[in-house]
Design a protein around this ligand. Structure first.
Ligand code: ZN
Length: 101
């Protein structure tokens, strides 16, 4: 059995009842303007998650390469109340040593 929710893809603790976070629609107007459904705790997290998911799905990391997005639109699912967010994206260098001898 997968421990990831089939709806929101959140990792579920086996001992707890899972409730999906709220549903949002997110759009990058510079990038076609379509709306993508995102599950997140709040609107700013939805904007971040949108960029993250797009970077991972495309394997192109457009947002990280551009340092983020100037304007990401977020609205609660089924609502026309749009909020605008600027998203900063950066990759974090990570180093690890493994003893080989
Ligand atoms: Zn869920």
């Amino acid at each position: 059995m997968s421990h990831y929710c089939k709806t929101c893809d959140t990792y579920m603790l086996p001992s707890r009842n899972h409730v999906c976070p709220p549903k949002w629609e997110v759009s990058d107007p510079e990038y076609g303007g379509g709306w993508t459904t995102i599950y997140a705790l709040n609107a700013s997290q939805a904007a971040e998650e949108f960029c993250k998911q797009d970077d991972v799905a495309s394997a192109d990391y457009t947002y990280v390469r551009n340092g983020g997005a100037d304007k990401i639109l977020v609205r609660p699912f089924g609502s026309e109340e749009i909020e605008e967010f600027q998203v900063c994206a950066e990759s974090v260098p990570e180093y690890s040593a493994r003893r080989i001898q």
